[in-house]
Design a binder for this molecule. Structure first.
Ligand SMILES: NC(=O)c1ccc[n+]([C@@H]2O[C@H](COP(=O)([O-])OP(=O)(O)OC[C@H]3O[C@@H](n4cnc5c(N)ncnc54)[C@H](OP(=O)(O)O)[C@@H]3O)[C@@H](O)[C@H]2O)c1
Length: 331
């Protein structure tokens, strides 16, 4: 079972660009775990915007590390083999893993994951829900941690706006911000207003309305923090709705005005700041998120599920930019 030299199905691309036409279904050897890695029989994986951005070449020359490349970083599955120095896992464990961006490997029947980026998936958390978590959940959590959020009920609570609250990151961010005791306003499109409210948002702004465009809540109160997951919103709009000491957590790929504001922020004395978020690996953070899920306090909103042989459709769905929650590929 899963021994060296055996063959598995995977999806790979050989060069930058080419969209889904370049995503080829291939048969390649099952990877073998190094001493600090586990081999996982993948049950589900989720697509992130970074996956197709890497394919487009937006992170060249840093990623991927080499071609042909098996994309996708977020997986859940069962450990079928362990490296010689692995102590935290055994064969048969159900796990969720965040693979390395540059190495990928998640769109395949088997993937190797570092022990330090892998956590046990409790049976209360489904493989599909777990697969949605790593990048989007960690990004949301790390943004919310940056604003000093406490999850033990001792925090003060702030006035927080989450933009693009219906997306992969936003759906987790709204839930986590509420768990952290914040007052949450959220923006999304008309079709997702009820969903985002059901995630706990205190007020939901439809971005098709003037209020939604202007990020204007009903009280007129300015925000202490804006977790900005919407790539198109300008710094001018964000800044106009910030408190004097307010901070934007720039999750979305920064547009020109955001980059400019970030650079200027390093040299001027405005108290309104922007911090650009870069998700980092974090076993403790992933463990924390899985724990919240186990307790029923956090859920993955599933946009859609695709069988492995239709993974290209999942890719297209993500690249369209209109997902409601996470896009899952099931093996
Ligand atoms: N910094 C990091 O480390 C990091 C990590 C992960 C993601 N990101 C970035 O963060 C952004 C969000 O990621 P994601 O995975 O959540 O993306 P996503 O799932 O593709 O987000 C899609 C959702 O965003 C909504 N949306 C788009 N523009 C909006 C706007 N102006 N106002 C309100 N809602 C809007 C869409 O609503 P409609 O369909 O109704 O238009 C859709 O529901 C992306 O730019 C991604 O690249 C950064």
């Amino acid at each position: 079972m899963a021994g060296a030299g055996l063959i598995m199905h995977a999806i790979q691309y050989k060069r930058y660009g080419g969209g889904i036409a370049s995503l080829q279904n291939v048969e390649i050897p099952i990877p073998q775990p190094k001493k600090d890695e586990v081999l996982v029989k993948v049950e589900a994986s989720s697509i992130n915007t970074a996956d197709w951005k890497i394919q487009k070449g937006m992170l060249r020359p840093f990623m991927p590390f080499k071609f042909p490349f098996t994309p996708v970083t977020d997986i859940s599955g069962e450990v079928v083999k362990i490296g010689s120095e692995v102590t935290a896992f055994k064969v048969g464990d159900n796990v969720v893993c965040k693979l390395h961006f540059g190495k990928g490997g998640g769109l395949a029947e088997y993937a190797v994951a570092s022990e330090r980026d892998t956590v046990v998936r409790p049976e209360e958390v489904s493989p599909v829900d777990a697969a949605g978590l790593p990048i989007a959940g960690l990004t949301a959590l790390q943004s919310i941690q940056l604003i000093g959020t406490k999850f033990d009920g001792t925090g003060k609570g702030a006035n927080v706006l989450v933009t693009a609250a219906s997306g992969g990151v936003g759906t987790y961010a709204v839930q986590l911000a509420k768990l952290g005791g914040h007052h949450v306003t959220a923006t999304c499109g008309t079709r997702n207003v009820d969903l985002v409210r059901s995630l706990g948002a205190d007020e939901v702004l439809d971005y098709n309305t003037p209020e939604g465009q202007n990020l204007e809540n009903s009280s007129g109160k300015k925000y202490d923090y804006i977790i900005n997951c919407a790539p198109a919103i300008s710094w001018k709009t964000l800044k106009s709705k910030l408190n004097d000491n307010g901070v934007v957590l720039g999750v979305a790929q920064p547009n020109f005005s955001i980059i400019l504001a970030f650079i200027c922020g390093m040299f001027n004395f405005s108290k309104k700041k922007i911090k650009i978020i870069g998700v980092s690996l974090g076993k403790d953070d992933l463990q924390f998120l899985v724990g919240l899920m186990k307790e029923g306090k956090l859920k993955t909103v599933i946009d859609s599920k695709y069988p492995f042989d239709r993974a290209q459709e999942a890719w297209t769905k993500s690249a369209d930019g209109h997902a409601t929650g996470k896009i899952i590929v099931e093996m």
